[in-house]
Design a protein around this ligand. Structure first.
Ligand code: TXA
Ligand code: MG
Length: 347
């Protein structure tokens, strides 16, 4: 464990960062904070190093990793071409929570990192420790979220320690991450850019820069096959099953009472505005409805917090799918396996 204060000067030469970087150069795995969630990094040029990431996470090998770089100019080493829209996106949003899919240049990055695809996901994170680590290692870092596959992504050092202790070379403890949900993934290899995963940069923000973009139809229906391999797996799931409750305050209370009468201990994922209104066994507040960035920020830690309780079922509020709400609802639907109770007109 390397504790690093992200505000110190000259981070790439900081002893802890240099030590972590040396492990990366030896093809070992190091967890580090980014502005979204903690990542599990390894040398993206090495099959051996990348294989260790898949093993530590228990991740299916057909799910490609994002390649993290510290300078926009590095992209051309790894991709065949950089379309104009991609250049605009990089200028506007890098460093930041936007991952851009481009056509991969063969023979440079590990094929295991890209799961054998002809495309590659590139991202420049907006976090001083992540950037310093990439610079100090002198390597492109393949890095998925630093959770065990299927669990909510880690937004705190303690989450990473819980999931990865003993499985990797080390963890850089840089405190809590910022955004709280992962980067937006946008595919720029087709004629119209397509959002494959909503995340830290909203569709509205992207469209201001490059005009209309499409969204993978699979994001709105569990029956479509997603274009991003990672989007097809169960995800973000606490131990107890999650059900989304879409309706009024009284409808939520009815659902709580219904599961309660079945003898279940009921947990509710709620918000500051509503937390006093429900009677349930466990209430966890994830943020303010009037500022959804606070909900994004606390979402995964709230889902994980239910694992420390004895609840049998988790009922969650739903959110409007505007702005960051789209990423929040995407993650919540996945954590619930698309199980949604909707209040009907008749109720
Ligand atoms: O914010 C983030 O993006 C975090 C931090 C650590 O950077 N990383 C992250 O990585 O969320 P991961 O592996 O948990 O999610 C990567 C997503 C997966 O859904 C994967 O399938 C998709 O990106 N992806 C990666 N390469 C792809 C490609 N070539 N084509 C389509 N989707 C790709
Ligand atoms: Mg992940």
């Amino acid at each position: 464990i390397w504790e690093v204060d992200k505000s110190v000067d000259n981070l790439p030469t900081f002893p802890q960062i240099m030590e972590a970087a040396r492990w990366l150069q030896k093809n070992e795995v190091v967890a580090f904070p980014t502005e979204t969630v903690y990542g599990l990094g390894a040398n993206a040029k090495s099959d051996e190093a990348v294989t260790k990431i898949f093993e530590a996470k228990g991740r299916p090998s057909d799910n490609p990793l994002i390649i993290h770089i510290s300078d926009q100019r590095e992209v051309e080493q790894y991709v065949e071409e950089i379309p104009e829209v991609a250049t605009k996106l990089m200028h506007s949003f890098w460093p930041g929570p936007l991952t851009i899919i481009l056509r991969k240049k063969e023979g440079i990055l590990s094929d295991r990192a890209t799961a054998g695809l002809s495309t590659v996901a590139m991202r420049m994170p907006d976090h001083p420790i992540a950037l310093a680590l990439i610079r100090a290692s002198g390597l492109p870092l393949a890095a998925p979220s630093a959770n065990i596959s299927g669990k909510p992504s880690p937004t705190k050092f303690q989450h990473v320690l819980n999931d990865m202790n003993g499985k990797i070379a080390g963890i850089i403890d840089g405190g809590n991450t910022g955004v709280g949900v992962e980067s937006t993934v946008i595919d720029c290899t087709g004629s119209t850019p397509m959002i494959l995963r909503p995340g830290g940069i909203t569709k509205e923000e992207i469209e201001k820069v490059i005009g209309t973009v499409s969204t993978d139809p699979a994001l709105h229906s569990k029956d479509e096959r997603p274009k991003s391999p990672g989007m097809k797996y169960t995800h973000y799931a606490p131990k107890a099953p999650v059900i989304l409750v879409d309706g009024s305050i009284s409808f939520m209370q009815q659902m709580i009472d219904r599961y309660h009468s079945e003898g279940k201990k009921v947990g509710v994922l709620t918000t500051e505005e509503h937390s006093d209104l429900f009677h349930a066994d466990v209430l966890i507040t994830c943020g303010k409805r009037t500022d959804l960035s606070t909900v994004a920020n606390h979402l995964y830690e709230s889902l994980r917090a239910f694992d420390d309780t004895e609840v049998d079922i988790i009922l969650s509020e739903t959110f409007p799918t505007r702005g960051i709400g789209e990423a929040i609802m995407n993650r919540l639907k996945k954590s619930a396996g698309y199980h949604i109770l909707k209040e009907s007109q008749a109720d």
